[in-house]
Design a binder for this molecule. Structure first.
Ligand code: FEO
Length: 391
């Protein structure tokens, strides 16, 4: 039994062993958080993934009967949160509170014949007794239906995916896990879910301030609950603005270690200027981890052999993933080894230009880099390091 604050309990589920969240590689499982509010009227905030419905209902029954749930708040319809909702509606027939777009989405997913909906917009309120819930629409954070719920008593913001982390542990609060560790997981989550929506993040932070919402607790739909909300709010503002570190990320794949040798030589050159480097092999490292480093790097260096006249498949896949997440304010370069066609170099340059990265001319070498070519790679690294130091 986990108490978040007076009359508010965590009734979520822990998915300890999940390593693949709809294509995201995650390392430590995840939680689907749900919160029960036991005022004069009982409200349940969010569901869980469908295969954890019994787990959620068993936890709810520690406090109330399922039939006592009067309001079911659906902050977000994505199935990791809405999967248990049809069963809860069947058992409790609650008033289902969600955004107008959320209602349409739930109907698309579940049919919702006979459901008692109450669509809400920003500023709408529901009084539970001593507590009042206020709803805040947050479209495209990260789906069109998304919203948050504010509880005045206890100053709790139920923030759905925003401020969450893919992390499964016995700890439920940031101060239990350690705030630094919590921020580490939150950064990976932000980079892979919210990076394209930085402007919406900043607008939402402003909207919360305009509504005089100053949370003492932020309770997201994944991971730990923040009892130090100012820390994660500050981090979200920095990440949304792409505040960067003096850091370069090198991502590559290699066939016979030639492109890899170039990667290491470029890294040497960058480091010689006192700049941090992170190197990832896109076939061996988790793309989710790579993007967490790209988020606050100033430079991204992409290496690929040419294979079959084009970009190596793993690098092409990673570029598609990175382009979708829309990182901003970066410089970039390309390095490539080839045998008899130089397709990869030019194709990657075009992708990086399309992403509005500032392009630094890179290098391509035939088969295996010579000592002279490795020196050119080191010089390229030095040039990138100098630009980073000056920016
Ligand atoms: Fe955790 Fe957007 O669902």
């Amino acid at each position: 039994m986990v108490k978040v604050c007076r009359d508010v309990y965590w009734v979520g589920a822990i998915d300890w062993c999940e390593k693949d969240f709809h294509g995201f590689e995650i390392h430590r499982g995840l939680t689907y958080n749900s919160y029960l509010i036991t005022d004069e009227k009982v409200a349940l905030i969010d569901g869980v993934k469908h295969n954890f419905v019994r787990d959620q209902l068993r936890k709810v029954e520690n406090y109330v009967k399922i039939e006592d749930i009067e309001y079911l708040v659906v902050n977000h319809i994505e199935p990791d949160h809405s999967g248990s909702i049809p069963e809860i509606v069947k058992r409790a027939n609650p008033t289902v509170i969600c955004s107008k777009i959320g209602k349409e989405g739930l109907e698309d997913y579940y049919g919702c014949e006979g459901w008692n909906f109450k669509p809400v917009k920003t500023g709408d309120k529901v009084k539970l007794g001593t507590k009042t819930l206020t709803f805040i629409e947050t479209p495209m954070l990260h789906w069109p239906d998304s919203m948050m719920t504010w509880m005045d008593d206890g100053k709790v913001l139920f923030s759905m995916d925003v401020f969450g982390q893919h992390f499964a542990g016995s700890e439920r609060f940031d101060d239990e896990l350690g705030v630094g560790e919590a921020v580490k997981w939150a950064k990976i989550y932000y980079a892979n879910v919210f990076m394209p929506f930085g402007k919406n993040v900043l607008n939402t932070v402003k909207k919360l301030r305009d509504l005089n919402i100053e949370p003492e607790i932020i309770a997201p739909s994944h991971g730990i609950v923040w009892r130090n909300p100012e820390i994660i709010l500050k981090k979200y503002i920095e990440w949304a603005k792409f505040k960067s570190d003096k850091k370069a990320v090198i991502v590559y794949d290699t066939m016979w270690h030639s492109t890899e040798k170039l990667a290491m030589a470029i890294a040497e050159g960058i480091m010689s200027k006192g700049v941090k480097v992170r190197i990832f092999n896109v076939r061996k490292d988790a793309w989710t981890d790579i993007m967490a480093e790209v988020l606050d790097a100033k430079a991204v260096c992409v290496g690929s052999p040419t294979m079959n006249g084009t970009v190596f498949p793993s690098v092409a896949g990673f570029l598609t993933y990175m382009r979708g997440l829309k990182p901003k304010n970066k410089i970039a370069t390309v390095f490539s080894s080839y045998g008899w066609g130089v397709g990869a170099y030019e194709e990657i340059i075009e992708v990086l230009k399309d992403m509005d990265f500032g392009i630094i001319e890179g290098l391509k070498v035939k088969f295996k880099p010579t000592e002279e070519e490795l020196e050119v790679a080191r010089e390229l690294g030095e040039k990138i390091g100098e630009i980073i130091v000056e920016r």
